[in-house]
Design a protein around this ligand. Structure first.
Ligand code: NAP
Length: 309
């Protein structure tokens, strides 16, 4: 299938382009970006123009930041194209619901991707937790924003999510592996005085069986970068580390250690998109985003030192 990539920035170049190039299902037939291009691929700067000029491209993958995503997705769906959305699938939950309604009316497929759910250890963690009683779950997601998001001013603007931009990846894993629904009960959001979004956050959750669930997110981590989820149950302990790429159960590695890498995640997302389109499906799980929205609604804001990149 021919596919167009929209928003040629860091994630498009690092992950989407190589994943599409390696996939048997996909042919990267156009890009849409004001500045970014991909060697050898027809480049447009305007989405409408691409849609009008390329009627044979039936699928559009959006790698924009969250705020411009809604208009682009709406435009592509109205033009009868199937749409794949980078995470988060929109700037607000209402936008995402509107896109889903529109996709159903237009009879096109829509896939809200959560790349961290495709990390190597996630399926094993979900299977192991399925028959255990959870006592405690701790998310620790601490990375250096200067290293991973250089020059991305949109992260600090309304809708940019701040530290929840990576934090929502952890929540996408938690909502995938836990058999029971949880919800936010409290949050503290540290917001730099020159920014609109948090640079660190602590979040607490309600769990129906009373397990203690917390998340600690930090965007100023120096040295070792930490993306772990630890679960204590009635039958032992589980740890997902390296963003979900490593799974340890009671201290024993269950997978070959490949370190932190998104490399395996994106080929699986594109394989899933081929399936979603083939089946005429809509895959739009908004639960990670709901938790972020609730943390922003309920969270106590603390003003902290300005962030200067
Ligand atoms: P990015 O490097 O800033 O790239 C996004 C691209 O979108 C820009 O290069 C820009 O290209 C285009 N764009 C269109 N409208 C824009 C606007 N109003 N503001 C800024 N850029 C605009 O961002 P990214 O890291 O690739 O992230 C994009 C999405 O992927 C985000 O939702 C993010 O959460 C997700 N993601 C990122 C990573 C990561 O490691 N970076 C990992 C997984 C997922 P033109 O100027 O050429 O139009």
């Amino acid at each position: 299938m021919k596919i167009a990539l929209v928003g040629i920035g860091k994630i498009a170049v690092d992950q989407h382009v190589p994943a599409i190039a390696a996939a048997p299902d996909w042919d990267l037939a156009a890009t849409v970006s004001r500045q970014g291009t991909v060697d050898g691929v027809p480049a447009f700067t305007d989405l409408d123009e691409m849609l009008q000029n390329c009627p044979d491209i039936r699928v559009v993958s959006l790698c924009l930041p969250p705020v411009p995503r809604f208009v682009a997705a709406q435009t592509a769906i109205r033009a009868g194209r199937h749409v794949m959305l980078e995470k988060p699938p929109g700037a607000t939950l209402s936008e995402c619901h509107a896109l889903e309604t529109l996709a159903r009316a237009q009879r096109v497929s829509l896939f809200a991707t959560w790349h961290s759910r495709e990390a190597a250890g996630v399926a094993g963690a979900k299977a192991w937790l399925a028959d255990k009683t959870l006592r405690r779950l701790t998310v620790t997601w601490k990375e250096d924003v200067r290293r991973w998001h250089p020059g991305q001013d949109w992260i600090w603007q309304p809708g940019g999510l701040g530290v929840f931009d990576p934090g929502i990846n952890a929540l996408s894993i938690v909502t995938e592996i836990l058999p029971d629904p949880i919800h936010v009960t409290n949050a503290v959001l540290q917001v730099p005085e020159n920014c609109q979004t948090p640079i660190a956050a602590s979040v607490g959750f309600y769990h129906p069986q009373g397990a203690e669930i917390t998340a600690e997110l930090d965007f100023l981590q120096q040295g070792e970068q930490i993306w772990t989820i630890e679960a204590e149950t009635d039958q032992g302990k589980l740890m997902l580390s390296a963003g979900g790429a490593r799974l340890t159960i009671d201290g024993k590695e269950t997978l070959e250690d490949t370190g932190f890498s998104l490399t395996g995640e994106y080929p699986r997302l594109y394989a899933r998109m081929a399936q979603v389109v083939g089946d005429g499906d809509i895959d739009m799980d908004l639960s990670p985003m709901r938790h972020v929205a609730d943390a922003f609604t309920l969270g106590r804001r603390v003003s902290v030192a300005p962030f200067i990149e």
